[in-house]
Design a protein around this ligand. Structure first.
Ligand code: SF4
Ligand SMILES: [Zn+2]
Length: 473
């Protein structure tokens, strides 16, 4: 076992650095391109905070080398399979071999499998059979499949669908948004590699924007497809940070966010390392700090991520208990370190009005900026106008308008109160009198008349933002 700790000696000064570990979910470290300096390459990845690398077998020979490497290095994991280029070499016997290799404790996936109609190195009929067999194996072995698909959208999707597989990844994704959506509906992840950094990759960058956090992975596909500025040179796992940085830029978050999100996804999909089990009460996204003070809410929105999953941008938000004032102060640290401190999380913060007031006053006294993300039910909950109580201690309010009329609101949000929509409108009007900055938000869903919502915001003198479905914060 070859344990690597040597961080300082092996970092690239020129590469961006993230404090959150990254996982390169697809590389080929077993290939001969690394024969002269493999150990250095692996050390550089560790120095760049790449906590794990999945090296992916492509033919019989390479699978043996993949397993040997995974045995040698603690942070290298194996995927075993036959690449579509080599599909003709797959005999019936190979499936017993793959099954045997899959029992290795470091094997985390089946692949590289799939279809490549661009090079057509193996006849298509054979590629399809071998692909289907790999998926059947992955399903039976309960392992994710690592899928390569090039110029073969329809056949890839139909074979995936027929297989009934629900765990896997479309690696180095080069398809269109429809393909990504259909794959995600089957439960598959979408992984991006160096090409998203290329100058002429507008189409890929558009797709990068569309993938919900939960489905996103990063990889290098090293030694191929090195990201800019190493395009054309040999790629290596430490460069995964460049792809992550580009994805962060495209999605309007920071590198740490993409590292956290994709690493949690990779750990869960490939069953590598630890998943945070405890809910976080204070969590960072971009340059802001978010406070998660309750998981209760007076709405039950059909689009609420709270009811579907525990994680938001790689943070576990499922609280084991509602935090106290002391716990929050402790978790915040120095409020002035953040662009703003936001009461948000998985629930309605104004249910805990007294706590919000106390913590907000403390944040202001320390030179911080306070925002509350609320469903606008504060006055309904407390049966009085609470807005004067927030004056001077809250800088901005983001209020979920969520609908353009009562009927739509009741259907979408299933509120606890009969006249909730009217209550939200009144809350918005009152908020304008006491809080300097008000923004109304709606979630992008078909049943909402965005233009009407925008008008409501305009009339109230408030800002307006359309949120993506899975976005908290
Ligand atoms: S108001 Fe927000 S937290 Fe409450 S149910 Fe709706 S989306 Fe979820
Ligand atoms: Zn590959």
């Amino acid at each position: 076992m070859n344990k690597i700790h040597d961080k300082d000696m092996n970092t690239h000064d020129s590469l961006p650095f993230t404090h959150h570990p990254l996982i390169d979910t697809h590389c080929h470290l077993e290939m001969e391109q690394y024969d002269s300096d493999r150990d250095e390459v692996i050390k550089r990845a560790s120095g760049q905070n790449v906590e794990a690398m999945i090296t992916v077998g492509t033919n019989i020979e390479s699978n043996h080398r993949v397993l040997a490497l995974a045995g040698e290095y603690e942070n290298i994991y194996a995927s075993v399979g036959i690449h579509p280029h080599d599909a003709t070499s797959a005999t019936e016997k190979i499936y017993d071999e793959i099954t045997g290799w899959s029992r290795n404790r470091k094997t985390v996936a089946i692949g590289e499998t799939g279809l490549d109609y661009h090079y057509d190195n193996s006849p298509r009929e054979i590629q399809r059979n071998v692909f289907a067999k790999h998926l059947e194996l992955a399903k039976n072995l309960d392992l994710p499949a690592i899928v390569h698909s090039r110029d073969a959208k329809e056949d890839t999707l139909s074979i995936l669908r027929d297989s009934g597989i629900s765990k896997g990844v479309l690696h180095c994704f080069s398809g269109d948004s429809e393909m990504a959506e259909k794959a995600m509906m089957m439960g598959l992840h979408i992984s991006f590699a160096g090409p998203v950094t290329f100058k002429k990759a507008e189409r890929s960058r558009e797709i990068v924007k569309l993938i919900p956090d939960d489905y996103l992975l990063v990889e290098t596909d090293a030694p191929y497809l090195a990201p800019v500025p190493y395009r054309g040179k040999r790629n290596e796992p430490s460069y995964v940070v460049l792809t992550a940085q580009t994805i962060a830029d495209i999605r309007g978050v920071i590198l740490d966010d993409i590292a956290r999100i994709t690493t949690i996804n990779a750990r869960r999909l490939f069953n590598i390392g630890d998943i945070p089990r405890k809910g976080e009460i204070a969590y960072k996204i971009r340059k802001s700090l978010y406070l998660n003070i309750t998981n209760r809410c007076t709405n039950c929105c059909s689009f609420c991520v709270r009811t579907q999953k525990n994680f938001v941008k790689g943070h576990n938000l499922r609280l084991s208990h509602e935090p106290s004032y002391e716990e929050l102060i402790d978790a915040i640290g120095n409020p002035a370190d953040f662009r703003e401190v936001v009461f948000c999380g998985y629930g309605e913060p104004l249910l805990r009005l007294e706590l919000v007031k106390k913590v907000a006053s403390w944040i202001k006294s320390k030179g911080g900026t306070v925002r509350i993300n609320t469903n606008g039910h504060g006055n309904l909950i407390h049966k009085r106008n609470i807005l004067p109580e927030l004056a001077g201690i809250v800088d901005s309010l983001s209020i979920s308008l969520n609908a353009h009329d009562k009927e739509t609101y009741d259907k979408l949000c299933v509120p606890m109160y009969k006249d909730a929509f009217q209550g939200v409108l009144e809350f918005i009007t009152e908020a304008g009198k006491y809080i300097p900055d008000i923004k109304l938000t709606v979630v992008e869903t078909v049943s909402i008349d965005i233009e009407k919502c925008k008008k409501i915001a305009g009339k109230a003198g408030a800002g307006f933002r359309v949120r993506k479905l899975d976005t908290v914060g």
